[in-house]
Design a protein around this ligand. Structure first.
Ligand code: CU
Length: 402
């Protein structure tokens, strides 16, 4: 199949599509998806990234199910009670399988649409599909022309292993949501680039002006997507602005459902380092959590109802986009400073080299959940761990794949 850079590559796909079939439902719907494995030799699963499904639907091999082998089928079923921008991807040998194209968009529309919008959904391509920052449309098409005055929403995800620098030029814009979570009172941004973590999503909204607007990845010399307003071909600047979007200072403060006034029930610290070591018969850079590789990484044990605070400390020289399954994390501090903007809820938090974050979450979804780096190469080499509720066991025990 041909990929954005024009070359032919072997891709691994859901229903033969890149990206996989767009799954779009309305809040309150029951989602039922049957996965059939035709020819993915090592087996496959579906993980609903960012969606707090019941543990049995989480799609993690040997924790919540067995892998779906060639010729087998498995049905996922859950209620879509939260609106937002999510995605789904295989969670077996993720680095290979997501990297070759086994992913797609999962959009839950709110019950009441607040205003009419033209919606565009896209992903930064995963590593084996295209490593040059190409944007893949997730619902078939990207409009070339948009009428001035149109409200536009771009739901953008990052299927790559590294954080992506994305630029929207030609208009002021807002970030309406991060990882599917609404920003409270977002304000206008311009000449600001976005850094979307591997696995993360942002909803960008703007009103179409009467000239061209373009969205592109800083690595993509072709300039990504260009939207024309009046039928004439005009150019939007492909300059890369200096300012980075800072979620910790964006939007307005608001009370959250997470009340820490009585303190936390559990405190965990996760320190990331790197070391050179043998893994799979070769010397690799290995990324450790508290000095260990999976399965010796710490297990976060909680009781249902616990309020948990986790501190991430990155002493290594790589980015680590930390992804917690089944729960949303509220960012409390970044590098020691409290967040001052809208509550910043995330499921995939990019921790840069040298950075420290404190996040909090409520243990309100019993199960055994992965907590891992979404640079899937790092996860493959052991940068993963589990959040486990006391008295919860898995019937699928065995070696856990990422
Ligand atoms: Cu990592």
């Amino acid at each position: 199949m041909s990929v954005p850079d024009g070359s032919e590559k072997e891709l691994w796909l859901f229903n033969g599509q890149l990206t996989g079939p767009a799954i779009r439902v309305t809040q309150g719907d029951v989602v039922e998806v049957t996965l059939t494995n035709k020819n993915i030799e090592d087996g496959i699963t579906i993980h609903w990234h960012g969606y707090d499904v019941p543990n049995a639907e989480d799609g993690v091999p040997d924790i919540s199910q067995k892998v779906v082998a060639v010729g087998e089928s498995y049905t996922y079923r859950f209620t879509a009670d939260t609106a937002g921008t999510f995605w789904y991807h295989s969670h077996n040998q993720s680095s290979e399988q997501v990297g070759h194209g086994l992913f797609g968009s999962f959009i839950v529309e709110p019950k009441k649409q607040v205003k009419e919008e033209l919606e565009i959904v896209g992903f930064v391509a995963p590593k084996y599909v295209d490593s040059s920052g190409a944007l893949l449309p997730a619902n078939g098409k990207v409009p070339k022309n948009i009428k001035p005055g149109t409200n536009v929403r771009i739901r953008l995800g990052n299927a790559h292993n590294k954080p992506q620098k994305l630029i929207l030029n030609g208009t002021t814009f807002q970030i309406a949501a991060i990882d599917g979570n609404l920003i409270h009172k977002p304000t206008d941004l311009k000449e600001t680039y976005l850094q979307i973590p591997a696995g993360g999503r942002m909803d960008i909204t703007f009103t179409m002006p009467n000239h061209a607007v373009c969205l592109f990845d800083a690595k993509d010399a072709t300039g990504g997507w260009v939207f024309q307003s009046t039928g004439e071909n005009t150019k939007a600047s492909t300059e890369i602005p200096d300012n980075v979007f800072k979620p910790e200072k964006y939007g307005e403060k608001k009370a959250t459902t997470l009340d820490a006034s009585d303190g936390f029930d559990r405190l965990f610290t996760m320190v990331f380092d790197s070391k050179l070591a043998f893994f799979d018969g070769m010397v690799h850079h290995l990324w450790t959590i508290n000095g260990e590789l999976y399965p010796n990484t710490p297990m976060l044990m909680v009781n249902e109802g616990d309020l948990v605070k986790t501190t991430f400390v990155n002493r290594s020289y790589s980015h680590h986009p930390m992804h917690l399954h089944g729960h949303k994390m509220l960012v409390l501090t970044r590098n020691g400073a409290a967040t001052t903007g809208s509550p910043w809820w995330t499921d995939t938090l990019n921790v840069k080299p040298g950075e420290t974050y404190e996040v909090a979450f409520k243990a309100d979804n019993p199960g055994i959940w992965m907590d891992h780096c979404h640079n899937l190469d790092h996860a493959t080499n052991g940068m993963m761990m589990h959040l486990q509720y006391n008295n919860v066991y898995t019937p699928f025990s065995g070696h856990t794949h990422e």
